[in-house]
Design a protein around this ligand. Structure first.
Ligand code: BT5
Length: 260
């Protein structure tokens, strides 16, 4: 467990509270685990970000691994306390982070940035960022939430990671990680503040940005590969797919996987 006292940095950002307190470690297991440990044991202010130069146990969803070259990319976990979100609507947090990343990337990239359900950010059919949100519940609402974000920035070679790209590969230019962190913090904060008034606008925008929306794609469902058309995401965060006969159904994370 690294010292969270000595690694602290106060950044000059144009936000009210997001990303202003930053804990940095050159190397850590996983920034999500680090943030979770800190939330459990210390008083962590809302919007605090835990950032690492490299991770030796970077986590993806369900035991998968997030791989990143040291000091080349953004590896961050933000802490929020969205007590106003009912537990059954917590997918809105994935939508918030995905749309914040899309906005940051839309400013930098020429090609269209899409969100591959549930938590991948894609450009040119390649994955440029991934999101891992880990939340605790308090009664029927979200208690604390850790927004884990891996954004590929300056890495140009991805070994053993098929379908990966980075800002440098897409634009031919490297980018300053601190500047990106500042942009990301602003994009997260503005959406987080508007979430208090309205959960549904974010959900609509997320559905609009869906990767291969309204296009026939192969999905693995119940062990079978089937042609389906993704048309949106429901309030629970399930993907809504239409089959060849026009029948519409929602599927959870474990039930449907796009083949790409
Ligand atoms: C994700 O999982 O995409 C969520 C990744 C979240 C990573 C951040 S980094 C900071 C914070 N701390 C952590 O420990 N995690 C978060 P998933 O959808 O399960 O995707 C994982 C899959 O993406 C892997 O199985 C690989 O196929 C692929 N992958 C791994 N590293 C990648 C990379 N750098 N770029 C693109 N794809 C990658």
């Amino acid at each position: 467990m690294p010292s969270v006292i000595y690694g602290i940095k106060y950044l000059k950002l144009e936000t009210l509270f997001t990303g202003k307190i930053q804990y940095f470690e050159a190397e850590i297991g996983s920034t999500n685990d680090w943030a979770a440990m800190a939330v459990k044991n210390l008083k962590v202010m809302e919007g605090t970000v835990f950032r690492a130069g490299s991770q030796h146990q970077g986590k993806g969803q369900r035991g998968r691994v997030w791989a990143s070259e040291p000091n080349a990319n953004l590896l961050v976990s933000y802490v929020f306390y969205p007590g106003f979100i009912p537990a059954h609507r917590q997918f809105v947090l994935v939508q918030l982070v995905s749309l914040a990343l899309k906005s940051v990337l839309d400013e930098i990239l020429i090609d269209e940035v899409k969100i591959k359900w549930p938590n991948d950010i894609y450009v040119n059919d390649l994955k440029i960022a991934g999101v891992l949100i880990e939340s605790t519940m308090k009664g029927n609402s979200v208690g604390s939430s850790i927004f884990g974000i891996g954004l590929n920035v300056n890495q140009r070679i991805f070994e053993n990671v098929p379908n990966a790209t980075s800002i440098a590969l897409e634009t031919g230019k490297g980018l300053d990680l601190d500047r990106l962190l500042s942009d990301l913090s602003s994009q997260l904060e503005s959406r987080y503040l508007s979430l208090r008034r309205d959960l549904d606008t974010l959900s609509l925008k997320y559905s609009e940005a869906l990767f291969r929306k309204n296009q026939k794609c192969e999905y693995v469902i119940g062990g079978q590969t089937t042609l389906m058309t993704p048309i949106g995401v429901d309030q629970l965060g399930q993907i809504v797919l239409e089959d060849e006969y026009g029948r519409v159904n929602s599927y959870g994370f474990h039930e449907a996987r796009m083949v790409i």
